[in-house]
Design a protein around this ligand. Structure first.
Ligand code: NAP
Length: 502
């Protein structure tokens, strides 16, 4: 017995030592160097699935640190933009190759930092590799136009040129892939970057910097400064050395940011929240519809901008659909995403967990029924049970406001005409799905749905790298798209050249 107790103590000390050994203070990445924040202050990042597990410490930077990062990016711009594009593409390929050798290690760290399951995290790391490769390829593809000239022996052509220093501001739910899907097109087109990741998940971005360093990215081309957006966000929005701001996050922050960047006429891209519907037609295969709702609504713990938060069902099948959805929701294994068999991780933070639970309470007060979940789940983290609400109508807050958690509101419609109207009756317009076997209804849906991404018989979540991605209404600023050629357009401007040979 004594021996057993001693063994347990030694094991506990060893685990604490290993955790302590791995936990050290990270620095900002500025001008190709690791630089301590001028505040000498750091924030602690804890594992949302095990709040005793300290994942790391990230700098709480001040404006002075951002200023230094902008200066480094500005100094690096002439040489980086002056490289032949394929040279830049080769650097991005090296980055992709290096990340590819660390997929499982990074996935585990991503799970510890953000909470998503290991499988989901692995998907995100693989996505980062693919994004670097896809945009690296643009180095060999993006050209310009040769146009008919109005004068003889004149060469008239246009080329895409980089903007300069760009600021990238990202949310916590995809700590790796969102920085990459902005950074990769920016870099390949010749821009230099200042990245500010979310304060809840800053460590993955710093990890990415270490690989850029290893891949011999020239100094100053990418800089990363962590810290509160409320403190260092304004300088990114207002500094005139910054030629573009690419932001992903909430509507409230994006809206305020836009007003500041507009003062300088700084090109700005905003991708924001969603209230994404799945519409279930009476002719749908209900098990398939449930699977689509579950993957969209509970995948990534509902913490995706494209997550399904409303399911609008034709009345004749609504009760049956809700019952089957609740049944599946109750079987989902919630827990630490590193553990085998866990299907859904925790909310990213205590405040996000509280938001989820508050919305469930508000919904109940407004007359909704909780038919699955509805409460926190046990464990040493911010766990919430997958929740299904019924009797939800459009006037309820839970039908209008983004929750960003594993909560699906089931609503009824008399027919598809009404379902399409309910789907559009929100301020957001990011993603929407129709589950049906009727192609005529699918075409009506494609014509009428007010969202940037529409799917037939697929979950609302899930984006292809090569396809335009962005929101309508309050989900996005709308002028540009991410991914595909939209990303190249955002991070470049056109220059037109007349060469008169006479
Ligand atoms: P958030 O609170 O809006 O924060 C996003 C980023 O903005 C963070 O880096 C944040 O820094 C920073 N920020 C905060 N205040 C700022 C300011 N005054 N000036 C400049 N930057 C500032 O969003 P979040 O909670 O991280 O992410 C969840 C939201 O992102 C949801 O609404 C979700 O729908 C949206 N999202 C959208 C997409 C899309 O593609 N449409 C994709 C993923 C997520 P701090 O962390 O330091 O506050």
């Amino acid at each position: 017995m004594i021996l057993l107790r001693q063994y347990a103590t030694v094991t506990a000390i060893a685990v604490a030592y290993v955790k302590g050994f791995l936990v050290h203070k990270q620095h900002n990445f500025i001008g190709g160097e690791w630089v301590a924040p001028s505040t000498n202050d750091y924030s602690e990042v804890r594992n949302p699935a095990d709040i005793d597990d300290v994942v790391g410490y990230a700098p709480k930077s001040a404006v002075r640190d951002v200023d230094q990062a902008i200066a480094a990016a500005a100094a690096a711009f002439p040489a980086w933009s002056g490289l032949p594009a394929p040279e830049r593409g080769r650097v991005l390929h090296r980055v992709a190759n290096l990340i590819e050798t660390r997929i499982d290690e990074w996935a585990a760290e991503l799970t510890r930092e953000e909470g998503k399951t290991r499988t989901e995290a692995r998907g995100e790391v693989v996505r980062a590799v693919e994004l670097f490769r896809y945009f690296a390829g643009e180095a060999w593809r993006v050209g310009g136009d040769v146009l008919p000239a109005d004068t003889p022996q004149t060469l008239l052509y246009s080329v895409r040129v980089p903007l300069g220093v760009v600021a990238i501001i990202t949310p916590w739910n995809f700590p790796l892939s969102i920085p990459v899907w902005k950074m990769a097109p920016a870099l390949v087109m010749g821009n230099t970057v200042v990245l500010k990741p979310a304060s809840a998940t800053p460590l993955m971005a710093l990890r990415l910097m270490s690989v850029l360093h290893e891949a011999d990215m020239p100094k100053g081309v990418v800089n990363c400064v962590t810290g509160s957006g409320g403190i260092i966000g304004d300088v990114l929005a207002t500094d005139t050395r910054i030629r573009a701001v690419s932001f992903t996050g909430s509507y409230a922050v994006g809206h305020a940011l836009y007003q500041k960047t507009a003062q300088q006429l700084t090109r700005t891209h905003l991708e924001m929240g969603g209230k994404n519907p799945v519409i279930v037609a009476a002719d749908a295969d209900l098990d398939k519809a449930v699977s689509i709702a579950v993957r969209g609504g509970f995948g990534l713990t509902g913490q995706a901008c494209t997550a399904t938060s409303r399911v609008i069902v034709e009345k004749s099948v609504a009760a049956e659909f809700a019952q089957r959805l609740a049944h599946v929701a109750n079987t989902i294994v919630v827990g630490n995403g590193l553990a085998d068999g866990v299907q859904m991780g925790p909310a990213v933070s205590e405040s996000q967990r509280n938001t989820d639970l508050e919305y469930i309470e508000i919904a109940s007060e407004e007359g909704a029924q909780v038919i699955a979940g509805g409460t926190a789940a046990p464990g040493n983290g911010y766990f919430v049970r997958p929740t299904v609400l019924t009797d939800v109508v459009s006037s309820m807050r839970v039908a209008q406001e983004e929750i960003f958690g594993p909560v699906i509101a089931v609503m009824q419609a008399d027919d598809l005409t009404e379902a399409f109207a309910i789907a559009n009756n929100v301020a957001f317009g990011l993603s929407a799905t129709l589950v049906s076997n009727d192609m005529r209804q699918a075409l009506r849906f494609a014509a009428q749905a007010e969202a940037g991404m529409l799917k037939l018989n697929q979950p609302t979540a899930g984006v292809s790298i090569q396809a335009p991605f962005g929101g309508f209404k309050q989900s996005g600023s709308g002028m540009f798209r991410e991914m595909g050629k939209g990303a190249v357009e955002f991070f470049t401007q056109e220059k037109t050249i007349y060469l008169d040979g006479q």
